[in-house]
Design a protein around this ligand. Structure first.
Ligand SMILES: [Zn+2]
Length: 470
């Protein structure tokens, strides 16, 4: 018997594995692409990176590693942390714990060797150098409140930042880690052109933007990290020019991508495999005395033998990829067939993820003559989601109409239905798309075909675009 706490442990394990994979990828980039750049003859800029998912700060001298992390691994570039010497007699070593996914930096050769020999950390070599004249101390701080699987260290040359973290946020000071050199931080040293996975260099130049928008510099400062953030999040909406010459179509394409990024979509691939016991009961709406099974196993292809839960998952993953490609932020309620998540929990996950809409992907079963797609929404008199009826219906009609246009499947219309637990617990516009009848020969074969699946997903994406006004 599977319990809720089993699934919580499992999700935590999956999360930790994902973190470790991301960190392992970081190591590969570092090892393959060390690209120390001197911004003048004897100093080097130290790029400071932050990982939202793990709370880890990472520091690198490599432009290549910095860019790859922002482009492909979800890291945020926080700007130049300090300026260091290109070389000195005191190397700072970088080691990596493949178990937790954490990086550590130290000038202490014995500490480094102990981590490698006794704790099986990986040796990632010399990361940078400490100033032998001990000009600018780098303070090491530790966040003991961190819930992350990697322990959160921060290194800063800013004694004010150090004091604020200690006094206001409960961080522990761990002394001086190493030393940098004096000299202004040079944001002209390979300024950042990538933000949240999108390369903006076609339409944005740091130097141009900084010189031509003094009002922005006055409000957010002149660092390359602050200015690209402003350009991507505010400037594109306001149509601010980011480069002397650029292609307007490319500008509009990137602006659309960042605009869509503000929309959060939860996709719920219906059901899960029979290995998961979902026979326990739950209320069919918040505070309801009507109890329903947590979930069922769904239907199955009469001709192809494909289970509905598998079809729903395959389409949902393709849909996620297509929506993310357009810039949307997307969550799935499950990513495999063995996740124990009830119908009410699916709806509550959408709320927790901050979703704007909940799109539930299902397929129908019935008489062999029944065919085509339809959509289900809560009625206007539904005691929980009646207030969402108009928006849910608009969403359902947009998706269903585009879906049927691109696929040629019969359009069965949008129906009111107040019995669906996964709809009734929603706090955002919610609809079920019944993609077709798995008990109908034409629909079953149609939905099994890879080329047709592209059309199905394309139609749903068009419907979501239309709902959000694109
Ligand atoms: Zn279903």
């Amino acid at each position: 018997m599977r319990t809720e706490s089993d699934s919580a442990v499992k999700i935590l394990r999956m999360l930790i594995t994902a973190v470790i994979c991301a960190a392992a990828a970081v190591f590969l980039i570092f090892a393959a692409g060390v690209n120390v750049h001197a911004d003048n003859d004897d100093t080097v800029s130290m790029y400071r990176m932050f990982n939202d998912a793990t709370g880890e700060h990472l520091y690198t001298t490599s432009v290549n590693e910095r860019n790859e992390l922002v482009l492909h691994y979800g890291w945020t570039y926080e700007g130049i942390g300090w300026t260091g010497p290109v070389k000195s007699a005191t190397p700072v070593y970088r080691v990596y714990d493949p178990e937790s996914g954490e990086h550590h930096y130290t000038v202490n050769r014995q500490e480094k060797q102990a981590l490698i020999d006794e704790y099986h950390w990986n040796d990632e070599g010399i990361a940078w150098y400490s100033d032998d004249r001990k000009t600018v101390p780098l303070y090491r701080l530790f966040n003991k409140e961190s819930q992350s699987p990697v322990s959160s260290h921060n290194f800063t040359a800013d004694s004010h930042e150090r004091d604020v973290l200690k006094e206001n946020y409960g961080w522990t000071g761990e002394g001086i880690a190493w030393f940098g050199v004096t000299g202004a931080i040079d944001s002209d040293d390979h300024p950042m052109t990538i933000y949240r996975g999108v390369d903006l260099s076609d339409i944005y130049s740091y130097q141009y933007f900084r010189s031509n928008h003094p009002e922005v510099v006055a409000s957010v400062g002149s660092s390359d990290a602050a200015l690209i953030r402003y350009f991507a999040e505010e400037g594109l909406k306001a149509g601010l020019k980011g480069k002397a010459s650029f292609d307007q179509n490319r500008y509009d394409e990137i602006a659309d991508k960042f605009a869509r990024n503000g929309h959060v979509i939860e996709i719920d691939p219906g059901h899960q495999s029979a290995d998961v016991d979902t026979s326990a009961m739950e209320p069919n709406g918040p505070g309801s005395s009507v109890m329903k099974m947590k979930d069922t196993y769904g239907t199955q292809g009469t001709y192809t033998g494909i289970p509905e839960y598998q079809l729903n998952l395959d389409i949902s993953k393709m849909l996620r990829d297509a929506l993310e490609e357009k810039g949307y932020t997307v969550y799935l309620t499950r990513e495999n067939n063995s996740t124990a998540i009830s119908c009410s929990e699916r709806a509550q996950k959408a709320t927790k993820d901050g979703a704007d809409i909940l799109v539930r992907i299902h397929a129908n079963g019935g008489a062999s003559s029944a065919s085509g797609a339809c959509a289900l929404v809560g009625s206007a008199s539904n005691r929980w989601i009646g207030g969402l009826h108009d928006e849910s219906s608009r969403l359902a009609a947009s998706i269903l109409n585009h879906y049927c246009q691109t696929t040629g499947l019969k359009n069965g219309g949008v129906y009111d239905n107040d019995t669906m637990t996964g709809n009734n617990w929603s706090t955002v516009p919610v609809m079920i798309l019944e993609m077709g009848y798995m008990t109908n020969m034409h629909d079953d074969y149609y939905m099994a075909d890879a080329g047709n699946r592209q059309k199905m997903v394309g139609g749903i994406v068009e419907g979501i675009d239309e709902y959000f006004g694109y």
